[in-house]
Design a protein around this ligand. Structure first.
Ligand SMILES: [Fe+2]
Length: 495
């Protein structure tokens, strides 16, 4: 059995020792038969022992030679012992018995040896790492694949405890698997770990192991390349996923920006200062902060609130820009901007667009249930819708509209306060009123921005005044480029 090594092996006899032992056994049986001991006709059975010894060493050929020797001794015994008078049939029966027994023994050993040789051939040729070991992790037998794969000679492995070869990070999980194997007995277990090769590198091995008595039988396959491919695949998948997320975010951002531009375009139709949506976003975010909403929600609200009136794009100018009071029919058309906006925004998957759709649908609902479009009341109105409702109405009150003049700041605050519990959520109004100083400052800041040249002339042309310093100008262009583009486009197509 080349390449097959065992630490524990039964001692085997060489050819000469086997012959000597057999001769001794034959002589002993013969001497016993010649003595006066009463063994009767047991020589036939006793001769099986040396025949068996010869069969184990020399297979069928040895067994048959043993049978012939035994038969010769029977004949000799018949000649030398005057008390024995065997007939021819007696010799024939003994010959047939001895040869039959020898043939059976020899054939059995022959088949057994061929089977073992076949197993050993597969064992040696296997690309998988085969091993038998003790429950304490010592190798009993390994095949040559171990040396081919890891570079260890069998003798080195027999002197090594398996766990010492396992990567430190995988030892705990390997011990857990081994304990599971000990508990489950002969059931097969499978796992992967990293095993150190002779050159210090680590190989990923995939194990299948089972127990037989106190011996663990294991088959391991080198899956280092497979593992690298799996890692590469996982990395690619992660990269691809990140790219998809990034592209989706870009698409959503682009969609949000487009819709913001649309909202601005819609707003431009009834707001010369072009700042209403931005102001509503600012104020809504500050109310949300006062209500202690999570920072992520506040940021979303800041981005989503300016889109609340995007549905006005679909409202005809004759209604949207009508200076006087709307008729009932006109008001019904005007009210549809909520649902139209929600429908437009709900096509987006981003959190900003989803929140914007919610706000568009609910920013005209009233706390007392008398709002539109659904007539929701109280806390059945989403909080973001209740917040934007306050911010929207307040901003509309303090600015000119085609149908009304701007209210004084304090009057607008009083109106909001008066509407708490009817039109608005009292809790939201309370948070809003705490912003009184901030609102004043915000109005001044935004008013200053408008005064610095970001309005439109009455005929729809962009109207700029250059900032005093170059830095201010660049900041001005950066912050307002999208709006400038829209305005320019509108001018180009003649409004
Ligand atoms: Fe609205």
């Amino acid at each position: 059995m080349p390449q097959l090594r065992e630490v524990r092996r039964w001692p085997t006899l060489g050819a000469r020792a086997t012959i000597a032992l057999s001769a001794l056994l034959f002589a002993a049986v013969f001497a016993l038969r010649l003595s006066d001991s009463n063994v009767g006709d047991a020589e036939g059975a006793l001769f099986i022992v040396p025949i068996g010894v010869l069969a184990l060493r020399f297979r069928l050929r040895g067994a048959l030679i043993g049978a012939l020797v035994a038969l010769a001794l029977v004949i000799v015994w018949g000649e030398v012992d005057p008390d024995v008078s065997l007939l021819t049939t007696g010799y024939v029966v003994r010959a047939i018995t001895l040869i039959t027994v020898a043939t059976l023994l020899g054939t059995f050993v022959e088949h057994r040896r061929r089977l073992e040789e076949g197993i050993v051939r597969y064992y040696d040729a296997s690309l998988d790492l085969l091993a038998s070991g003790t429950i304490h992790g010592r190798f009993i037998r390994v095949n040559p694949a171990w040396e081919r794969t890891l570079g260890y000679s069998p003798q080195t492995l027999y002197e090594t405890t398996f766990i010492d070869l396992v990567h430190p990070d995988d030892r705990e999980s390997t011990i857990v698997e081994a304990k599971q194997l000990l508990r489950r007995g002969q059931a097969m277990i499978g796992f992967r770990n990293r095993v150190r090769a002779a050159d210090g590198s680590y190989c990923w091995l995939e194990w299948n192991a089972s127990m037989s008595g106190e011996v663990i039988h294991a088959l391991a396959r080198d899956v280092t390349a497979l593992r690298a491919a799996e890692d590469q695949l996982a990395n690619n998948a992660r990269t691809l996923e990140a790219m998809i997320v990034e592209r989706t975010r870009e698409l959503d951002d682009a969609r949000a920006e487009t819709l913001r531009q649309l909202a601005l375009a819609a707003e431009y139709r009834d707001d010369e200062t072009y700042q209403h949506t931005e102001r509503v976003g600012h104020v809504a975010a500050r109310i949300a902060l006062g209500l202690e909403l999570p920072a992520g929600q506040v940021t979303l609200l800041r981005q989503a609130a300016p889109l609340h009136d995007v549905g006005k794009l679909a409202i005809p100018d004759r209604i949207l820009l009508k200076p006087g009071k709307l008729t009932v029919e006109e008001y019904e058309v005007m009210k549809t901007h909520t649902e139209l906006g929600a429908r437009l925004l709900s096509s987006g998957s981003s959190p900003v667009l989803q929140m914007a759709a919610l706000i568009a649908a609910t920013h005209h609902e009233r706390w007392d249930g008398k709002g539109y479009p659904q007539g929701l009341s109280g806390e059945s109105i989403p909080l973001v819708g209740r917040i934007v409702a306050v911010a929207d109405v307040f901003d509309a009150l303090i600015h000119d509209r085609p149908y009304k003049k701007a209210w004084p700041f304090e009057d607008a605050l009083a109106e909001i306060e008066r509407s708490a519990g009817t039109q608005f959520d009292p809790r939201v109004v309370k948070a809003f009123l705490k912003l009184r100083d901030d609102l004043q400052r915000l109005r001044d800041e935004l008013g200053e921005v408008e005064a610095r040249g970001f309005g439109l002339s009455k005929d729809g042309r962009p109207q700029y005044t250059l900032p005093r310093r170059r830095g201010d100008f660049l900041e001005h262009v950066d912050r307002h480029a999208p709006r400038t583009e829209v305005i320019a486009r509108r001018s180009a197509v003649g409004g």
